[in-house]
Design a protein around this ligand. Structure first.
Ligand SMILES: [Zn+2]
Length: 209
């Protein structure tokens, strides 16, 4: 799926802010398209990519709720939470620290449903995303060699790919909670990225952990 994007002027800021307007007016699918257009243009390995993936998955999760695919919504909420955790307390105008507990409430509610349950939308609380400002100064994740390599490993794990990053000190393969690949069903609330020799270790934790 491709669409023509007007890349004149400050187009990323324009699309980014439009995404929040669309999201907050209930147009979740359209919001995800705006953010995806920015994501496609960000260089591989840049922290903006995982952040946008997280936001896109929040929009996609709500789109699944709206269309009553609740198991898919549940998985997307879990996955979005994991992707956004490294950006707490805030990133590009989004208050991530307050967003994570809202995502966790959705995860708890959807997780307690049985297969085939069809609760009405009235059971769910509405959620607005308070964010705008692509150019807002943001605290980038830790840019030290240890910070960059552990973030990269977490990003690889969070994107359901094999962890390929190595320890910046000894060159051994890094692992997340002792694994090189995320399990199909995400049941973790703390992700400890570490070198098997103990040279580096970083923990990424959810607000409820
Ligand atoms: Zn090492």
């Amino acid at each position: 799926m491709t669409r023509a994007v007007d890349k004149s002027g400050d187009w990323k800021n324009r699309l980014y802010n439009l995404g929040f307007e669309l999201f907050n007016s209930g147009k979740r699918f359209e919001a995800h398209e705006e953010w995806e257009a920015i994501w496609l243009d960000e260089p591989k390995g840049h922290p903006n990519r995982l952040f946008l993936q997280g936001l896109i998955q929040v929009a996609a999760a709500f789109h699944r709720v709206d269309t009553n695919f609740l198991r898919a919504a549940y998985r997307l909420f879990r996955s979005s939470r994991r992707k956004l955790i490294p950006y707490s307390p805030g990133y590009k105008g989004v208050n991530v620290a307050s967003l994570i507990p809202l995502l966790e409430t959705w995860i708890d509610r959807l997780g307690s449903l049985n297969r085939g349950d069809a609760p009405s939308h009235a059971d769910y609380f509405p959620m607005a995303l308070g964010g705008r400002g692509w150019n807002e100064a943001t605290r980038e994740p830790d840019a030290s060699p240890e910070g960059l390599s552990t973030f990269k490993a977490f990003e690889e794990y969070s994107s359901d790919r094999e962890v390929r990053s190595v320890c910046p000190k000894c060159g051994d393969a890094l692992a997340v909670n002792g694994r090189r690949r995320a399990p199909a069903e995400d049941v973790e609330s703390v992700w400890r990225v570490a070198c098997p020799r103990g040279c580096v270790e970083r923990a990424f934790a959810g607000a409820g952990a």
